[in-house]
Design a protein around this ligand. Structure first.
Ligand code: NAD
Length: 486
């Protein structure tokens, strides 16, 4: 099954923060892979900008080293890499000063798409936006790309949005949430809206509850400075998990276009109930043996920041009233796993005598690892011995369904950067969505701060604090195991 790669139009992509971690780890490797697959055209240009004293040659060496480190060996073709590097140049530039701006103004070409990736801390966004205008570097169709964190709370998110709005129209601002670029997340929409099978059941009448889990085995060492100010709620729930919840809960948009999709997501966020304290569990991993505690990892022995959060969330509208969404995310958990599980209700009556009327119908959408979907169905256990029922998975994992190509799923950034060039905002967050998400998150955080709630300790490589299990047990439900397997 050969995939069709349609090259995008010629572009100049300027990466502010071109020497930084994100540029080296994600942006540049993604561009290379798109070039290798024929999607980035020959006359595209990439201009790295940062404060370091580099020239084109030394910057290209930095990019080459990044590709060595972050592109899989089988995708590294030396000749391709050389050709790719020829499209890359460097300008030493200070976001807040005057150095480099005139040179940048001269370097960007007329008649091609201009995109500006703000791969720097949000504190520099205002200066970048203002200089881009002052030096007339942007044109009417220029796109800017910004990364999370989009603020720390509603107030700072509004400030950030208004800084960007002073220089750019909303239709030119691409706020990246890389979860939306994941193939399975897009597939969730294809499965929901491209089949007749699921949508009639996709409501409180047939769905018992929904579980969204984003579990990591890593701790926060190395990112402690940022993480300790954020915590799981700000780092994961307000953005990534909220986006996943929206895609599951939203009404079918009339068309698959950016405003139609984002309007529907916004309605979901606005329909979220406040979360009651008893529906919320915060946790922090403790030391066990050689594994340092969260507080040791962040170097703050008094930290009360959560490295784990679990909650029961309600979407108050006709479709979902009565069907809770359970969200759970944390560091240093049992396995690295991100998945959404749609837990369908049991049949109303069992015709099989004493056996419970259990449907076992679960649709699991796995984001990582092993991207794919599984639908559990109940069948008769083969062989003699009467009518015994068992649950078996109908596997829709990409690797198997699509052969080699399925296993070769592009990185989320590849898709998203190409969408920026194509001018397609569907998979990017709109300013009002971000603000609505903070408007829901702020009272939860303020609530526990006012109450002085402390996070509950949990063992490294466990499933989080016991109380998180109770969140489900008290309603006769249970979490799916956190595991690597689909
Ligand atoms: P980094 O500290 O590794 O890199 C920052 C870059 O900005 C460097 O190239 C530096 O030279 C440049 N820079 C700093 N001050 C400058 C100035 N005054 N003028 C010009 N350039 C300047 O940071 P990063 O990890 O690459 O993150 C960049 C942004 O992306 C941050 O907002 C971060 O929160 C966000 N982000 C990063 C990741 C990631 O995986 N690294 C993931 C999600 C979001």
């Amino acid at each position: 099954m050969a995939s069709r790669v349609i090259p995008v139009d010629p572009f100049d992509l300027v990466i502010f923060g071109g020497t930084g971690d994100l540029a080296r780890r994600k942006i540049l490797p993604s561009l290379y892979r798109r070039y290798r697959d024929g999607q980035m055209p020959e006359d595209a240009r990439v201009i790295g900008c940062a404060r370091a004293e580099l020239d084109d040659r030394s910057y290209r060496e930095l990019v080459r080293a990044a590709l060595e480190e972050f592109v899989a060996k089988r995708k590294r073709d030396p000749e391709m890499i050389d050709r790719f590097l020829q499209k890359i140049s460097y300008i030493r530039l200070d976001a807040t000063g005057t150095v480099g701006w005139k040179e940048l103004a001269k370097s960007v070409r007329k008649g091609v798409i201009r995109a500006f990736y703000f791969s720097v801390g949000p504190g520099l966004f205002a200066a970048l936006a203002q200089h881009l205008h002052q030096y007339k570097i942007t044109d009417a169709e220029a796109r800017i790309v910004v990364e999370k964190p989009f603020g720390h709370d509603l107030k700072s998110a509004r400030e950030l949005n208004s800084v960007l709005a002073q220089s750019f129209d909303e239709r030119h601002i691409y706020r990246i949430d890389h979860y939306l670029g994941k193939e399975t997340v897009q597939n969730l929409m294809a499965v929901r809206f491209g089949n007749i099978l699921f949508e009639p059941l996709w409501n409180a009448q047939y769905v018992d509850h929904i579980q969204i889990t984003v579990a990591e085995t890593v701790g926060v060492a190395g990112r402690g400075g940022y993480y300790d100010k954020a915590g799981a709620m700000r780092d994961m729930v307000q953005n990534h998990m909220m986006q996943l919840l929206c895609l599951i809960a939203m009404e079918p948009p009339s068309v698959f276009d950016s405003d139609a999709v984002r309007d529907e997501k916004l309605k979901v966020i606005r329909a979220l109930d406040p979360v009651a304290p008893e529906d919320l569990v915060r946790g922090q991993y403790r030391r066990e043996g050689d594994i340092p505690s969260y507080q040791e990892d962040v170097g703050n022995p008094d930290s009360t920041t959560e490295s784990f959060v679990a909650m029961e969330v309600h979407v108050s509208n006709w479709r979902w009233t009565g069907t809770p969404f359970y969200l759970r995310t944390g560091k240093r958990l049992r396995a690295r796993e991100s998945e959404i599980a749609i837990m369908f209700k049991d049949p109303p009556h069992s015709i099989f005598g004493r056996q419970e009327a259990r449907s076992g119908n679960v649709l699991v959408i796995r984001l990582q690892p092993n991207e794919g979907m599984v639908l559990n169905v109940t069948i008769k256990e083969p062989g003699p011995g009467g009518m015994r029922l068992i649950e078996v998975p109908l596997d829709m994992s990409f690797a198997e369904a699509l052969g080699e190509e399925g296993a070769d799923i592009p990185d989320a950034y590849e898709r998203l950067i190409m969408d920026v060039i194509r001018g397609n905002q569907t998979l990017f967050m709109r300013g009002d969505e971000v603000e609505a998400a903070w408007a829901w998150t702020d009272p939860i955080i303020n609530g526990w701060e006012e109450r002085g709630d402390l996070p509950l300790p949990y063992d490294p490589f466990s499933s989080g604090p016991e109380d998180a299990l109770m969140l489900m047990h008290r309603k006769g439900r249970r979490w799916r195991e956190i595991s690597d397997d689909l």
